[in-house]
Design a protein around this ligand. Sequence first.
Ligand SMILES: NC(=O)c1ccc[n+]([C@@H]2O[C@H](COP(=O)([O-])OP(=O)(O)OC[C@H]3O[C@@H](n4cnc5c(N)ncnc54)[C@H](O)[C@@H]3O)[C@@H](O)[C@H]2O)c1
Ligand SMILES: O=P(O)(O)OC[C@H](O)CO
Length: 331
Amino acid sequence: MTRAAVLGAGSWGTTFAKVLADAGCSVALHARRPELVETIARTRENADYLPGVRLPAAVRATVDPAEALDGADVVVLAVPSQTLRDNLAGWTPLLPPEASLLSLMKGVELGTTKRMSEVICEVTGAGADRVAALSGPNLAREIAEEQPSATVIACSDTERAELLQAACGTPYFRPYTNPDLVGCELGGAVKNVIALACGVATGLGFGDNTRASLITRGLAETARLGMALGADVTTFAGLAGLGDLVATCSSPLSRNRTFGEHLGQGMSVAEVLQITKQTAEGVKTCRSVLDLARAHGVDVPITEAVVRVCHEGESAAQMVREMMSREAKPE
Ligand SMILES: NC(=O)c1ccc[n+]([C@@H]2O[C@H](COP(=O)([O-])OP(=O)(O)OC[C@H]3O[C@@H](n4cnc5c(N)ncnc54)[C@H](O)[C@@H]3O)[C@@H](O)[C@H]2O)c1
Ligand SMILES: O=P(O)(O)OC[C@H](O)CO
């Protein structure tokens, strides 16, 4: 039986622990707060993040990362992207040397512009063949409710990707493999930025034409950046590209889209941050994506607009005026 450790007991970490258990793994779920661990043990529910979802008996919550990691074949990382480096500093000495390291995170590190798999390799010293990323149209709540969906497991080592695929496939969760780690991670990170823009449009009262335009042009800028970074362009037509972009930009369950919607309705970034309890990765990752794009000479106008609104005080209405008055060009 595969032994998995899931580090991070937020929405996605908890949901993925359930997926792994439903796929037949024995799962240790590491949470930081002892009271949450106690509640999960007593009620079989993580009421803070997934109220109403019963966790299988094969999920064991623990506050002790050493206990979670002891003997793990698969280590799943499910914390906010911007805290991963610090989290890993504490966990690295406890990692079993042969374990696969699977990132669930969708962000790019501020300052370094590194993807999560790059941060994992750098901090842990693990070879690239041990590190994988899972990405796709995977809104946690829907998966926790066992609504069918698909995803991608990206790893340069195809055999390892296939082992991970077998470890987390269930009748409601269908993983595909893809060797293009760069494209899959970038698709997951940039879609959060485009979802913020779609949220702003929704908050301003605009409808499906506006959202579809943003999704399509958002995909174009993601693919341009991806190609500059060496990704396979076909990845962006897949689940980790278009699939995730459509789900996130369309769903009221998305924290990024919801964040943008509040901005479009006239709230300030500080006000939205105050009422946002979970991670909306795009708010910080938009800056890293813009840095990455500038370093590679890639034009990313939607990302630029999101950075102006989130970090430079531009209003939602001004953002729309500026985007619609850009110089005319061929598609
Ligand atoms: N929720 C989803 O639907 C979903 C789906 C796919 C991918 N993701 C990605 O998975 C990652 C985790 O998302 P999530 O939804 O579980 O987030 P969340 O905000 O629900 O939970 C984050 C978890 O990380 C823990 N954590 C550990 N160290 C932390 C620190 N230093 N600061 C703050 N929190 C810390 C928190 O306690 C919490 O349990 C993100 O990159 C997100 O983009 C989320
Ligand atoms: O709630 P969001 O915006 O973080 O999106 C969740 C997932 O990434 C959707 O695939």
